[in-house]
Design a protein around this ligand. Structure first.
Ligand code: AMP
Ligand code: ZN
Length: 472
């Protein structure tokens, strides 16, 4: 079994072969931690999680996966200044929120989650600037250090840039800019008086965004080329083009064999993004009664190279589909008639084969979902017709367990069912507050607490012995 994966570098689908001893070294550009991540960001991370799970659980490869936190860049610095906070303390908050949301959405924990401002990473960035300097790729201007793109003939190979349009000697300081602005980019920025400054590089300053990922990837994954580099499609230019320039300029070797990019999550045909003000976070959706498992399933339900429109109707449809899935498995589990059926075994095997083929064909999750839900339909019909026996159950369970190792949806739903939507300590505290309200005959407050919990999926039941709670 081999995975066929689309490689942005070659603009074609290629067979993916692992490294020595079935190892895969993979890097994902993580969240810029100046705000809570929105579900557009998480579309990318969930699709990458499907890739990771495919490599590990379907193909049995040994994955070492790094996903960074960009905790110093133009946006985090401005955010920390506006909040009047130390940069590290400011970004800590969003890292904690990312970890909560990632867990709620069933992302597997990756092996390494470095922060750009970790001292060993800043040192790796300084070492990379030194190597780039030795190889003649840098120059200094106004206290900043730049990468001179004319020193690297291959510059532009990922984004397919036209060298004719590049302006020799012109510079760009911002972390993000358009393709039309391809020009010498900043590696290390002169800092303003009130900005965080590091002294590992001379002149002292702070890293540019692109440098951070190159340095962290090579420090934590070792010799280049690494196997796969991933991120959202908006990172192709300038971020990934510049990562290639830095890494290849420093080492003289190709940086990554494969580049995988996830298309946008849209809202009303526009990219979900903070600048457009059309974002939803996981807690925003949970507050509206949406289950994270339905969000996860929706965000992976389209092929990762196709745009996906976020709508309430599609979320509701996904919730229904997942209920159908778990209801079907519960019906199968409840079968009491003895016996097994070759037709069922054959149908299950067919679905498993279709599922694996779909996933191995450039992670075609849409086709994989279709294979799984067609099996659900077939099993429901078989139960209705009395053509499914107890002996069929283990094979069916094994098939769905196999699907779920890649999709991570059923396991997440089980956790959701076990875990109340409100932390137990908070429920108990609110019950206590409600008793206090009733003792002082503040029934409006008591009702407000009860209704508030009900809106969050917790029902209170009063009896002579006290108040009990249960999940709605
Ligand atoms: P950022 O925090 O801006 O660096 O983004 C983190 C990741 O989310 C990057 O890989 C982005 O490409 C990705 N991303 C941002 N917005 C979207 C979106 N609407 N749909 C899919 N991926 C996105
Ligand atoms: Zn990056």
């Amino acid at each position: 079994m081999r995975l066929r994966l689309y490689n942005t570098l070659t603009r074609s689908e290629e067979e993916f072969l692992p490294g020595p001893d079935d190892s895969v070294r993979m890097y994902t550009c993580g969240l810029t931690v100046y705000a809570r991540g929105h579900v557009g960001n998480f579309r990318t991370f969930i699709c990458v999680d499907v890739l990771r799970r495919t490599l590990r659980h379907l193909l049995g490869y040994h994955v070492r996966h790094v996903m960074n936190f960009t905790d110093v860049d133009d946006r985090t610095i401005v955010g920390a200044q506006q909040a009047g906070m130390d940069l590290r303390a400011y970004t800590d908050q969003y890292i904690a929120m990312f970890r909560q949301d990632a867990q709620a959405l069933g992302l597997e924990q990756v092996e390494e989650t470095p922060r750009a401002t970790d001292p060993e990473n800043i040192q790796a960035m300084a070492d990379m600037i030194a190597a780039l300097g030795r190889n003649g790729h840098t120059y200094e201007s106004d206290g900043s250090i730049y990468f001179k793109i004319s020193t690297l003939p291959e510059y532009g190979k990922l984004a397919h840039l036209d060298h004719e349009g590049m302006q020799a000697g012109a510079r760009v300081d911002s972390d993000n800019y358009a393709k039309e602005d391809a020009r010498d980019f900043v590696l290390w920025k002169a800092t303003k008086p009130d900005e965080p400054t590091w002294h590992e590089v001379n002149p002292p300053g702070r890293p540019g965004w692109h440098l951070e990922c190159s340095a962290m990837a090579l420090r934590l994954l070792g010799e280049s080329p690494i196997d796969i580099h991933t991120g959202g499609i908006d990172l192709i230019f300038p971020h990934h083009e510049n990562e290639i320039a830095q890494s290849e300029g420093a080492t003289g070797k190709p940086f990554s064999r494969f580049w995988m990019h996830v298309e946008y999550l849209l809202v009303d045909e526009q990219k979900m993004s903070k600048s457009l003000g059309n974002t939803y976070t996981v807690p925003d959706l949970v507050a509206k009664g949406v289950r994270p498992s339905a969000v996860r399933a929706l965000l992976m339900s389209a092929h990762y190279r196709k745009q996906l429109n976020f709508t309430w109707a599609s979320l509701a449809q996904m919730e229904e589909a997942l209920t159908r899935l778990t209801d079907c498995l519960a019906r199968v589990d409840a079968v009491v008639v003895d016996g097994s059926h070759t037709a069922i075994a054959a149908r299950v095997e067919q679905a498993s084969k279709e599922f694996a083929e779909a996933i191995l064909s450039d992670l075609n999750t849409a086709a994989a979902f279709a294979a799984m839900f067609e099996l659900v339909r077939a099993l429901n019909s078989a139960v209705d017709a009395g053509q499914l026996g107890k002996g069929d159950i283990p094979g069916i369970r094994a098939a769905f367990d196999g699907f779920d190792r890649v999709l991570g949806i059923l396991s997440l739903r089980r956790l959701e069912d076990e875990r109340p939507p409100v932390p137990v300590a908070e429920i108990e505290q609110l019950i206590e507050a409600r008793h206090a309200a009733r003792r002082r005959r503040d029934f409006a407050e008591s009702d407000r607490i009860r209704d508030g919990l009900a809106a969050r999926g917790i029902v209170l039941e009063d009896s002579a012995t006290g108040t009990r709670w249960k999940i709605k």
